[in-house]
Design a protein around this ligand. Structure first.
Ligand SMILES: [Zn+2]
Length: 473
């Protein structure tokens, strides 16, 4: 299945938060502080902390934040293939904790656990409470320790500024009055379960990772601050962003989606550097970084790309994926892969390499939201919107042919089931897809089950069990 990308908008792309952070007043504060520093005795000027980092509105106590982070991290650990090499882990945890100890608003409760996901995609993310994940691809792209420290310092910035729970708080506030939320969050038991009740799925595709551009700028500022105080050139942070955007545009899709590029990112970082203090003799690289990078580069590639025959049969044990606005069960021998605008649930070997377009999904399921053209007016119909989606898919797969379409009922929701045939990314094979669409607020929610034609019937019971388990909020 390919070519689903352009029409779907990732959630929250245009969202900006306005609570708790005012760029302009901060700049004014910085200007005043810089002025005040002129009147300090020489040598003392940079000894004070001229920057003020103030986290935004938040419903969660630090204790709740820790619990939430821990529960989410457990899910992430189960979902992604983690690197277990002890030297690599020791290296990033030592470096990460050293950097975090210099962060403003650091809390002694934070876990500060750093893990590496065995994925060539360039991505990194941080969960509340100090659970930081870096993809192997970040190490491959980083040219020196200062750059990897830049990424880690930026992620630590998201943690200490409490961006994840800030975003979750904003999302909750849009749903219920403050007093009700406070009493609900005060209850005992799993916080993840409580939030799921309130319509906030907190899996790997969770609101905890949806940073606004403001949050990104803030994480950059904290990141530059940490780098400076750790003795690294704070320019390394901007350098890394520039390198990955220029050199690896296809491998950064998720990174860009989790870290929307703030306007004038490099310029903003540079202007902050000017007030951090005078240049020092910077630490750039270390033998430990080069050693860790070498070890990571020599690791076998993760299992998702394969040409070694069909995937093993789907496990009959199901596990739950909590997405943003939906949840679904899937076989526990499948993996979750987050793409720019879709969540793919994939059996081992279910993603194959295609010469002209990179990786494509040949088996499994893919969930996304499609924005119909006249969605702004709110008066679009399910059938027309589904047709529009099918037409969009057909642009990438001209031989797509609809076999059957019928109205179905998804737990009281009217939905449309469309069975179609197209070309499989597996050479010479036809593919059968079952597309299920329903309206979710202003979007068309779309779930596509994918299999080469000969194995479609074998996968059908799994697909139907998944469909029955689907919950849409
Ligand atoms: Zn970020």
């Amino acid at each position: 299945m390919k070519g689903q990308s352009s029409p779907c908008k990732p959630d929250g792309e245009e969202r900006e938060t306005s609570v708790g952070w005012s760029q302009r007043s901060n700049q004014r504060l910085l200007a005043l502080t810089a002025l005040a520093l002129l009147f300090l005795p020489p040598g003392m000027a940079w000894g004070v902390e001229p920057l003020e980092f103030k986290p935004g509105f938040n419903l969660f106590s630090v204790r709740q934040e820790m619990q939430l982070g821990k529960e989410s991290a457990e899910k992430v650990d189960k979902t992604y293939p983690l690197v277990t090499n002890p030297q690599v882990l020791r290296y990033i945890n030592e470096l990460g904790r050293r950097l975090a100890s210099l962060a403003p608003n650091n809390n002694s409760e934070y876990a500060w656990t750093f893990k590496v996901i065995n994925s060539p995609d360039i991505n990194a993310f941080a969960l509340p409470g100090g659970y930081v994940y870096l993809n192997r691809g970040v190490f491959e792209a980083a040219e020196n320790e200062a750059q990897i420290a830049g990424v880690m310092a930026h992620e630590s910035g998201h943690v200490v500024m409490r961006h994840g729970t800030h975003e979750a708080s904003q999302a909750l506030l849009a749903q219920a009055p403050l007093a009700i939320l406070e009493s609900m969050l005060g209850r005992e038991g799993s916080l993840t379960a409580q939030l799921a009740e309130m319509g906030l799925g907190l899996g790997v595709d969770s609101v905890l990772l949806k940073n606004s551009r403001n949050a990104e700028s803030q994480a950059d500022e904290v990141g530059a601050y940490i780098l400076y105080h750790a003795g690294y050139d704070p320019h390394a942070l901007g350098q890394f962003f520039e390198i990955v955007q220029k050199k690896y545009p296809q491998r950064t899709i998720q990174f860009i989606s989790d870290h929307p590029n703030p306007e004038n990112r490099i310029k903003n970082i540079d202007s902050e550097i000017a007030i951090l203090g005078p240049a020092k003799e910077w630490k750039t690289d270390s033998a430990e970084f080069e050693g860790a990078k070498k070890r990571l580069l020599s690791l076998p590639a993760p299992t998702s790309v394969s040409s070694s025959g069909p995937p093993p049969a789907p496990s009959s044990r199901l596990t739950r994926f909590e997405g943003n606005g939906f949840s679904v069960s899937y076989p526990d021998n499948w993996r979750v892969q987050l793409n720019e605008d879709a969540v793919a649930l994939v059996p081992p070997g279910g993603i194959v390499n295609v010469a002209e377009s990179g990786a494509a999904q040949a088996y499994g399921a893919s969930i996304s939201r499609f924005q119909p053209q006249n969605s702004g007016q709110g008066n679009w119909g399910l059938i027309a919107a589904t047709q529009e989606l099918v037409d969009t898919l057909r642009q990438a797969n001209p031989n797509l042919r609809v076999i059957e379409q019928k109205a179905v009922n998804l737990k009281g929701r009217s939905a449309l089931s469309t069975l179609f045939e197209t070309e499989s990314p597996l050479q010479g094979q036809k593919e059968r897809d079952l597309l299920v669409t329903t309206r979710q607020r202003d979007y068309l929610f779309s779930l596509i089950f994918i299999s080469p034609e000969p194995s479609f019937d074998a996968y059908k019971p799994t697909f139907l069990a998944m469909l029955q388990s689907l919950e849409i909020q």
